[in-house]
Design a protein around this ligand. Sequence first.
Ligand code: NAD
Ligand code: UDP
Length: 324
Amino acid sequence: MRAVVTGGAGFLGSHLCDRLIEMGYDVLCMDNLSTGSTDNVAHLLGNSRFRFVKHNVVDYLYVEGPVDAVLHFASPASPIDYLEMPIQTLKVGSLGTHKSLGLAREKKARFLMASTSEIYGDPLVNPQPETYWGNVNPIGPRGVYDEAKRFAEAMAMAYRRYHKMDVRIVRIFNTYGPRMRPNDGRVVSNFIVQALQRKPLTVYGDGSQTRSFCFVSDLVSGILALLSAPASEEVATPFNVGNPEERTVRDLASKVLELTGSSSRIETRDLPLDDPHVRCPDITRAKNILGWRPQVGIDEGLRLTIEYFKKMAAVPEIASRILS
Ligand code: NAD
Ligand code: UDP
């Protein structure tokens, strides 16, 4: 079995590459390194079943030989990344998804794409089931990401209906863990790095907005359960994958302070425009159809992530990046 992973040098993509290799796949990791790094896959570079190709998936994809699965994960994912790269984000969600679908069609491969809870926007229904159509501001700053992913889902479903392709869509909710960039601006990495540096934890708004945090190993298990499920009508429509334990951002800040033993204060900052007030996955479909549910609680997941950031801080060139 051979898989192509776009965005494979990123946070989630690199964990996926690891698990696919463990499962016996040959893996072709394709990435333009815009937000990812070869550091994330350095340990795989000597493996004869792993290959890295630097490529922008917005451009035509040429892959020699058979491919059984295309996993399309390329896209900036952190709000600060997609706000800095709005056009690239729209292009990778639209043109990049088109090219990845084209590759899967050419190779008669299964196609699985990373969608996001952001397609629900600032939801008026909580928790969000897959049947909810969302509440997205198409012209706000986050619209570049939300609409790119909504377009990508529409494109994938069109390929399924028109070309009868085997297409799967995973709507990923906030995921955290080792290999997040310390400066990616996401709440978990920000709070841990700030706590370790004894700097104030920056809570945006009053911190009453909620998120539901999934540890990366759980997320990858959910994605692979979807990838491996036999083809059927049931698996052909999107699946929420995430941890349904919902908490406020302020509560997350307290948890990080408790687990790091840090003496940092909490400081408030302006709430970014269109920041969703609530977010929590309804994972009934993933539980019933894929037999998947998350296993790692927030304390254990945060401890593992804190350990990772502590180790990174011990490496001088990384520490200087974290401290800058
Ligand atoms: P990431 O930024 O760490 O990884 C994205 C990878 O895609 C990077 O390696 C980047 O270099 C690559 N990339 C971006 N544009 C590309 C292009 N045009 N061509 C080739 N490679 C390109 O982010 P992540 O958190 O690992 O997210 C991976 C995927 O999962 C994304 O599609 C994201 O939308 C989705 N997702 C992630 C989360 C989360 O909580 N981490 C939540 C919802 C959805
Ligand atoms: N947030 C925060 N402080 C930070 C970074 C983020 O309070 O230093 C908030 C942000 O406003 C949002 C939540 O934490 O309400 C999650 O933000 P993140 O960027 O991780 O992802 P999002 O879920 O918004 O895509």
